[in-house]
Design a protein around this ligand. Structure first.
Ligand code: ME8
Length: 522
């Protein structure tokens, strides 16, 4: 039976429309999910929206609407984004769903039963934007000398009666977890969190009385849960928790929580502590990816540089955007994008290298062999060497992707594409047509097999284009995973069936920079 693999993204605040950071995270998670499927895992992929908390309540007031209506409208845009970017999730969770309230209240009761919750008074610096309390020592000074959170957001002195979670109890178990597993990745985030926890943990305020837009605390009138308690629980809600069997038994603990670097502390300190308290297994890994910057700058309304990810996808193509983001950004680090960088990368690698290889190969088979395929050619050293180079590139991509190292994986893959293009130039099948037609066929069939391997390898990143290409090559829809038959078995099968290559249609068009960038800036 296939091994289960459960991956989640953060659930986004639907207090506005999705931005490029949301698109980046969704795309990366989708590539991981598709890659694991291609590797033969039984995959479950969950995403959604985080609809409670002061931030939502304040935004709704500002817009003259209710938090529930705001959440419903904006959550729809997040779903639309997933559809538009080809994000193949299994579960989209909204934290306002009744099942989520039930799951969160059950987690609360379990933490209470462990003696980890107590009622007290809270005084501290609260940032609504971050939905987090900060220590005086963590604050930084703003330009006018005002106090700001370490993320640079405004803080207010807040006093309220609150339930507390005994986070201080979990310092040692957490350090033990970090030391003995690969719980936090990448390494830089692991080190940050180690240092933070080594510095000591204070108990955490986990309820609010100043507003009511949240999950009610069981048996404590007037208290709603701190939004992060409820938000983190979404990963269990989607599996049907508190039911014990079924999906919880099959999928929990999660294999990977993919999140951005700004919320690593919530996922690697609070979340495992809550789970330990409730007696539940811990997720296997939390990966904190970097931030995406627009020409090196953070997007913000005041700078006027906020980009709609769907407009980018429309301008450049969904597959192009997906490829660019994973190829350009070293996963885990911050990255930058611009129309020029997208076009340059897409043209150099997708259009001129892989697209051109596939197009040249199919069109020479169509023109020079009437589209007919043949098997059983005698192979030269050059043919065998090319097959080896491609096999190495594919294996390199798969290994790197398992390690979430997408840019390196794609680079190794691209080297194999270059090897194929060099082989075409050296073998010059267009001249062999007259001098040695049998050799020309061997060259074209070698290339066709290589194109198939390279296409299947990169399919998780650019699924639409690759499926269109594989359709033209007669690769059956259920034979597009890494475990599918070998290239030679596949070719024999096509020859037996009498499959013919038709006039090919290119799948990676060349992009034109001036037009594209004018359109984006318009
Ligand atoms: O943090 N580049 O929601 P959110 C890359 N509701 N990633 C970015 C980014 C950028 N410029 N900006 C944000 C929340 N992100 C909580 C999560 S999970 C139980 C609750 C990432 O809408 C961010 O790091 O502010 C997070 O992983 C995700 O987008 C949603 O951010």
């Amino acid at each position: 039976m296939a091994e289960p693999y459960y991956i989640t993204t953060a659930i986004s605040y639907p207090n506005g429309r999705p931005h490029i950071g949301h698109a980046y995270e969704a795309i990366a998670a989708d590539v991981i999910a598709r890659h694991r499927k291609a590797e033969g895992f039984d995959v479950r992929f969950q995403t959604g929206t985080d609809e409670h908390g002061l931030k939502m309540a304040q935004k709704a007031r500002e817009l003259g609407t209710t938090p529930a209506d705001l959440a419903t409208e904006m959550s729809g845009y997040f779903k639309d984004m997933c559809d538009a970017l080809n994000i193949d999730y299994d579960v989209f969770i909204r934290t306002t769903e009744p099942r989520h309230h039930a799951a969160t209240q059950e987690l609360w009761r379990r933490m209470e039963a462990s003696g980890d919750l107590y009622l007290d008074r809270y005084e501290g610096w609260y940032s609504v934007r971050d939905e987090a309390y900060y220590d005086e020592s963590e604050l930084v000074a703003g330009e006018g000398g005002e106090k700001l959170s370490p993320q640079g957001t405004p803080v207010e002195w807040t006093v309220e009666e609150s339930w507390f979670f005994r986070l201080s109890r979990y310092q040692e178990p957490l350090l033990e977890l970090y030391r003995t597993s690969e719980f936090i990745r990448p390494e830089s985030r692991h080190n940050e969190v180690m240092r933070f926890v080594e510095g000591g943990l204070r108990d955490l305020s986990v309820s609010r009385t100043s507003f009511d837009w949240g999950v009610p605390v069981p048996g404590s009138d007037g208290h709603v849960m701190y939004v992060w308690v409820d938000a983190l629980t979404n990963y269990l809600t989607g599996l049907g928790f508190p039911e014990e069997g079924g999906d919880v038994a099959k999928w929990w603990p999660a294999d990977l929580h993919l999140i951005g670097k700004d919320i690593v502390r919530f996922h690697t300190v609070y979340w495992p502590a809550f789970l330990m308290s409730a007696g539940l297994p811990l997720p296997k890994q939390v990966f904190g990816h970097g931030f995406l910057l627009n020409r090196g700058q953070k997007e913000s309304k005041s700078l006027g540089n906020v980009t709609d990810p769907l407009a980018l996808a429309e301008q450049f193509g969904v597959d192009t955007l997906r490829y660019f983001l994973l190829r350009e950004v070293a996963f885990g680090q911050d990255g930058s994008y611009s129309p020029e960088a997208i076009v340059t990368r897409a043209n150099a690698e997708l259009a001129n290298s892989f697209g051109n290889l596939a197009q040249r190969t199919l069109s020479m088979i169509f023109k020079n062999m009437g589209g007919e395929l043949r098997a059983g050619h005698e192979l030269t050293d050059a043919d065998v060497a090319l097959g080896d180079a491609v096999a190495l590139g594919v294996a390199g991509l798969r290994r790197a992707f398992l390690d979430l190292d997408f840019s390196d994986g794609l680079e190794v893959w691209m080297r194999a594409v270059f090897a194929c293009n060099q082989y075409v130039d050296e073998q010059a099948p267009w001249t062999l047509r007259k001098t040695d037609p049998a050799r020309m066929e061997a060259v074209l069939m070698t290339l066709l097999r290589c194109v198939r391997s390279l296409a299947i390898a990169v399919r998780p990143v650019v699924p639409q284009a690759i499926d269109t290409l594989l359709d033209q090559m007669g690769v059956a829809p259920d034979a597009r995973d890494y475990g599918a038959s070998s290239d030679s078995t596949w070719l024999d099968g096509l020859v037996q069936k009498g499959f013919r290559i038709a006039q090919p249609v290119g799948v990676f068009p060349r992009l034109d920079l001036p037009e594209v960038s004018e359109a984006v800036n318009a």
